[in-house]
Design a protein around this ligand. Sequence first.
Ligand SMILES: NC(=O)c1ccc[n+]([C@@H]2O[C@H](COP(=O)([O-])OP(=O)(O)OC[C@H]3O[C@@H](n4cnc5c(N)ncnc54)[C@H](OP(=O)(O)O)[C@@H]3O)[C@@H](O)[C@H]2O)c1
Length: 278
Amino acid sequence: MSYPMLRSFAKGLLTSSVAAARRTMSHSSLSGKVAIVTASTDGIGLAAAQALGKRGAHVVVSSRKQANVDKAVSLLRSEHIQVTGTTCNVGNREDREKLVNLTVKECGGIDILVSNAAVNPFFGNILESTEAVWDKILDVNVKASFLLTKLIVPHMEKRGGGSVVFVSSIAGYQPMQALGPYSVSKTALLGLTRALAPDLANSNIRVNCVAPGIIKTRFSSALWQSEDLVDELKKQLSIKRLGEPEEIGGVIAFLCSDDASYITGETVMVTGGISCRL
Ligand SMILES: NC(=O)c1ccc[n+]([C@@H]2O[C@H](COP(=O)([O-])OP(=O)(O)OC[C@H]3O[C@@H](n4cnc5c(N)ncnc54)[C@H](OP(=O)(O)O)[C@@H]3O)[C@@H](O)[C@H]2O)c1
């Protein structure tokens, strides 16, 4: 090959790799986006806020307790993430409205919703669960996810589209022993994802879901504080360890990015290989 040919070949290679890098950067970048993540002062929600923030989004974090919100805001600021914090119990209508109004006022709009909050006030035989238990679980885990989405959709439409991610659970596919009502609420989120996706596609809004396996957080501490139980759980896993919140946060950020531009109505299982569906 002559020198001029070699030079033009090398230039071509460089240009195409720069273009590829730019493409990659722009697709995974969330710069300029505003993301609400509920229940985001600890565990998976906090990890999702970190993953979205590190990709350039302005994140709005919230949970029920002001002290937890303050702590999460300081942590995220120390990581150079643009962040706004407020209290919000997602089961409370006024709190949901406050969260949305504050976000629009302070950040100028909303592009991303990660609906992550859940409660589980009941362990035991499902036949012993009361109406109050079902009301609480369905209000917080299912209805609040829908009602928050409904509140936010008009704001996403004003921005030309957006992305919603619900946090379900492996229990949504395979009900966990002693966690019947909670498991049913997580199955309902799979249905909610499917029900919303076609209608919201018309507004360029994608709706997806993640179903974590057993992730080391306070919520699941009863499962991983006993070594014997962990050993038993590991038998079901292909990857022989429990998950970390960051391993869910990254998947959520992916689903919110343009790398996932053709994915909607989908649930991604992040379980270390627990098998419960093909
Ligand atoms: N950890 C797992 O193994 C696992 C597996 C599958 C699915 N999940 C799902 O992942 C999600 C997060 O769980 P996690 O394990 O990350 O929990 P976590 O580490 O215990 O964190 C829970 C967060 O939720 C907030 N919170 C609790 N109730 C709330 C409410 N009503 N409204 C707003 N915020 C609330 C808490 O803060 P405050 O106390 O300040 O409110 C805290 O920030 C849940 O949907 C859970 O079902 C977890």
